[in-house]
Write a new protein. Structure first.
Length: 280
């Protein structure tokens, strides 16, 4: 008896259908992995933030004060030619004082000098003097006010960008405690100040992503203010419509080890120690 076996060869149409199904499956898996690690943002997230969760962001914010080492980090000697003085670091402590006078004041400060030959940096140093150094003499003139004044700073160089942050905490008598944070960002390669938008562009971070992170932190701060106010406490109230939160208006930011810290120190202009930090 002759038996005719079925032809197991697949026609071209069937093969094409299988190929399309396999492609769709692979694309779906890739999309799930992308969403899991990058939250759908089509952006090259810089430094230590790649694939991080909200918990990791919060840790970076909480560890911000640890960056205030009163020293310059990650410096490359190839920038020595940019220095004003070759015998000093590109950022160094120019004013240091630890002084206590009974019930009058307690001063613990380390204030930096940015050692770069530049008219722009000269303006930076003038601002540092008027904001932080001159305050020491003002505090010393107080009597019986239990005033306290502390200053710390940090400095970092990466990809030719010199970034410096200075934080001061002030308590003068019965006035509310005040936190002042100033930053200075200078492009050593191009001998120019670098703006926040330019830094985002340089590090290939979209302004939309940056705005999203800023908005989120401002909303968290506003919610905290509302909660404290409902309990009867006086606290700085954020105005989420304020133009200070717009990417194009960001003034205070610190670039450290691939991470951008956007800083809203409300004590820069008010008597408050409230501060919001958006990590990008």
């Amino acid at each position: 008896m002759n038996v005719t076996l079925p032809d197991n060869k697949l026609d071209k149409k069937t093969i094409l259908v299988y190929a399309i199904i396999i492609f769709i499956c692979i694309a779906s898996i890739f999309a799930v992995v992308w969403m899991q690690f990058f939250d759908g943002e089509i952006v090259e997230v810089v430094g230590t933030l790649k694939g991080k969760s909200d918990h990791d962001y919060n840790n970076l914010k909480a560890e911000f004060n640890e960056l205030l080492t009163n020293d310059i980090e990650n410096y490359d000697e190839k920038y020595n030619g940019k220095k004003e003085s070759l015998t000093n670091d590109i950022v160094y402590t120019v004013f240091e004082e630890n002084d206590t006078s009974g019930e009058d004041y307690n001063i613990q400060v380390k204030i930096p000098y940015i050692n770069v030959k530049s008219k722009i940096v000269k303006e930076y140093n003038n601002e540092i003097k008027s904001t932080f150094i001159d305050k020491v003499e003002s505090i010393k003139k107080t009597k019986n006010k239990h005033s306290t004044y502390s200053v710390q700073y940090g400095g970092y160089v990466q990809d030719g960008i010199l970034s410096v942050v200075i934080k001061a905490e002030i308590q003068e008598g019965t006035k509310a405690q005040r936190t002042i944070i100033k930053t200075f960002n200078y492009d050593l390669e191009n001998n120019s100040e670098i703006s926040f938008n330019k830094l985002l562009e340089t590090k290939k971070v979209s302004s939309e992503y940056a705005q999203e992170r800023i908005n989120k932190e401002a909303q968290i701060g506003a919610k905290k203010s509302e909660d404290y106010k409902s309990m009867g406490y006086e606290i700085y109230e954020r105005n989420l419509e304020d133009s200070m939160y717009k990417v194009e208006n960001i003034k205070e930011f610190y670039f450290h080890d691939g991470t951008i810290y956007v800083i809203f120190a409300y004590g820069n202009n008010k008597y408050t120690n409230e501060t919001d930090i958006a990590v990008i």
